[in-house]
Design a protein around this ligand. Structure first.
Ligand code: ZN
Length: 396
């Protein structure tokens, strides 16, 4: 049976509650009536279970458990288990019933509020979860750090970047989280999301301020470095943009393909394509990605014509065969061949294109998710900064 774990825990918990009611000396008289009711419910629930009516069985067991206030931890474990098994409505019921108890110990009261907030998140009731988590924060209890973590996930889902940044800053005040890379990286990306919005609104100066904040969270963040370069470029500071882009090429060579487009634009703006070509030529020996070769072949073509570019590509492809490089070579060669040969080469080009287009160009280093475009947040494992370009080395 699918939810066998829930039933075993329920049977055990109710039986334990019943045994507790029977054996506790101090509470024997006080609970004798309750214990009898519990005993009856236990068998009613068991009967539902045996008749294959699991929902009724769970309801009866929960009702039986409500009578025994000494089993708070069992309630909490049961609620979490039900939630994990997808029975969120029942988990909510358990936690709400617990909170309704006046005599609930303060630490259990806080834990229950947190669990209820997690139930709400699982049920997609984000407004309610946010309200409850903010209440926990307001009380400044020991559980506030957990509340902050869940609030951050809510603000991330709702794309409320300012609030997500503020909660992350608060969470990082805790020495236990201060050096947590995942929290720092996520906070840097929240700043980048905000900066991108500002850039779309052409508010370059504001974007720059928020990108600085991103670096305070994660000083080597690639996205923030790319955004800063884009911002400098939009403000006409091409040399500053080039400096940032070159830093990515040095520190994060796997992102070289993201850098080449804006680099070319900046060098073009300052009318210094010679310096750009020199930079790429210096990069080539240590750079395994074919994108550098394509950028160089484009520069050679602009400087010295098609024949020079064909010769450059030929030289490279002999040493390091590459499908993307071959497509570029065919593109240059087809117009120079006769009609019959051109038809064949066109066919060949289409086939290679199809092959290349099927291949993923990015991959998550955490869960293996593959994509054709760059996501900073992995759609599969929901981790930031784990998706990286797959370098097209020679032979692919
Ligand atoms: Zn992933």
């Amino acid at each position: 049976m699918e939810n066998i774990g829930i039933y075993i825990l329920l049977l055990f918990a109710v039986a334990a509650g019943w045994a507790f009611g029977r054996t506790s000396v101090s509470s024997r008289k006080k609970h004798s009536v309750e214990t009898n009711e519990l005993f009856a419910d236990y068998f009613v629930g068991l009967n539902y279970l045996l008749n294959d009516e699991p929902d009724e069985a769970i309801d009866t067991f929960i009702r039986a458990l409500e009578i025994n206030s000494e089993t708070v931890e069992t309630h909490l474990a049961l609620g979490a288990l039900l939630r994990r098994r997808g029975k969120v409505d029942k988990a909510i019921k358990i936690h709400q019933n617990l909170l309704a108890r006046q005599e609930l110990d303060k630490s259990f009261f806080d834990s229950t509020r947190l669990q209820l907030a997690i139930d709400y998140i699982s049920a997609g009731l984000l407004d309610r979860a946010e309200r409850l988590l903010n209440e926990i924060l307001g009380d400044s209890t020991a559980i506030k750090w957990d509340a902050l973590r869940y609030l951050i996930t809510i603000y991330q889902t709702e794309k409320e970047w300012v609030k997500a940044i503020s909660c992350s800053s608060e969470l990082l005040k805790n020495p236990a989280y201060k050096k947590d890379y995942d929290i720092r990286a996520a906070a840097a990306h929240y700043c980048c999301e905000l900066a991108e919005q500002l850039l779309c609104e052409e508010k370059g100066t504001g974007a720059k301020d928020i990108i600085k904040k991103a670096f305070a969270f994660d000083k080597k963040n690639v996205r923030a470095t790319l955004l800063l370069a884009r911002t400098e470029q939009s403000l006409g500071n091409y040399k500053a943009a080039i400096k940032g882009l070159v830093r990515i090429r040095t520190n994060n060579p796997e992102f070289i393909s993201q850098v080449l487009g804006p680099l070319a634009e900046c060098y073009e703006q300052i009318h210094n394509l010679v310096a750009y070509e020199k930079l790429l030529m210096n990069t080539l020996p240590e750079e395994p990605d074919v994108s550098v070769v394509l950028a160089l072949s484009d520069l050679v073509k602009r400087r010295s014509g098609d024949e020079a570019a064909i010769s450059f590509l030929n030289d490279y492809l002999v040493k390091k065969p590459s499908l993307t490089g071959l497509i570029e070579l065919l593109k240059l060669q087809i117009p120079k061949t006769d009609a019959a040969m051109s038809t064949n080469l066109n066919l060949l080009q289409q086939m290679i294109n199809r092959l290349v287009n099927k291949k993923a160009t990015y991959q998550c280093h955490h869960c293996g998710y593959e994509a054709r475009s760059l996501y900073w947040l992995c759609p599969s494992c929901q981790k930031w900064d784990k998706i990286k370009p797959i370098l097209e080395a020679g032979g692919s």
